[in-house]
Design a protein around this ligand. Structure first.
Ligand code: UDP
Length: 234
């Protein structure tokens, strides 16, 4: 696979074209940002760990019937992916209250939600990724109705699958963020799934094994990501 022009550089990843117009190389960086890049840093080896963790999770989800952009891992920091048109919406699913939901609704962190919730945020950094609903999605033509339905269906299925997957590794899946794209007319899961995009708490101890260690300066960030990687690949 020949790596060609850089087409996009985001906060945590870079995308390169390849000699195949349908495929891109997704390169994982060590850079970490939080609070819409107000806090910046690096987490040693993060790119490698997130590439490996994400690859495992995409393989698992594919094996359970979820279409994803994942093709294969090329090397420690690079994943071959399908070239999708990203739908500019972040889809957040929650099982336990944490982060922005606690702030929004005045909830105690750790409160078990009576059922999983789903939120949409408009991917627009200069607006701080504001929460929107399906009417906004329609009004701004961010996605077609049928694609919204597909996204919802996949998001809850992915939640069920990932909850079970992590539970078997003695990790509770608190919440996570997904991004979807269109490939040859179909909605598929894109981006990454990693401790950067999920909240993961160790069963029993409640120890945070995710980016909250960076957001809140809890220390031992790299160790936490390594712990997730070790469990996911064992
Ligand atoms: N999340 C993400 N990218 C974002 C915003 C959120 O990956 O731009 C993830 C975050 O890691 C957490 C979940 O989505 O697992 C819910 O995040 P929340 O809305 O609580 O926001 P935060 O506390 O990160 O501001």
């Amino acid at each position: 696979m020949e790596k060609r022009k850089k087409i996009y550089e985001g906060k945590a990843k870079i995308l390169y074209e390849t000699d195949n117009p349908d495929l891109l190389i997704q390169y994982f960086k060590d850079d970490a940002t939080a609070f819409n890049a107000a806090k910046k840093g690096t987490i040693n080896q993060k790119g490698i760990m997130n590439n490996k963790i994400s690859s495992k999770i995409f393989e698992y989800l594919e094996s359970k019937g979820i279409p994803t952009h994942y093709e294969k891992m090329l090397n420690e920091r690079e994943m071959l992916v399908k070239r999708v048109q990203i739908i500019p919406i972040e889809v957040i699913v929650r099982n336990i209250a944490a982060g922005s939901l606690c702030k929004l609704l005045g909830l105690e962190e750790g409160l078990k939600l009576a059922c999983p919730t789903l939120e949409y945020c408009y991917k627009e950094d200069k607006l701080n990724d504001p929460m929107i609903n399906e009417y906004h999605i329609r009004a701004l033509k961010l996605a077609k109705d049928e694609d919204i339905e597909t996204i919802k269906k996949y998001a809850f299925k992915i939640n069920d699958l990932m909850k079970e997957f992590f539970k078997s590794l003695s990790i509770d899946l608190i919440d996570f963020k997904l991004e979807f794209g269109k490939f040859k007319g179909k909605v598929i899961l894109a981006d990454e799934i990693s401790p950067d995009t999920c909240r993961l708490w160790e069963v029993g101890t409640g120890k945070k094994l995710d980016k909250d260690r960076f957001r809140r300066d809890l220390g031992n960030i790299e160790e936490a990501y390594q712990e997730v990687l070790a469990r996911v690949t064992r």
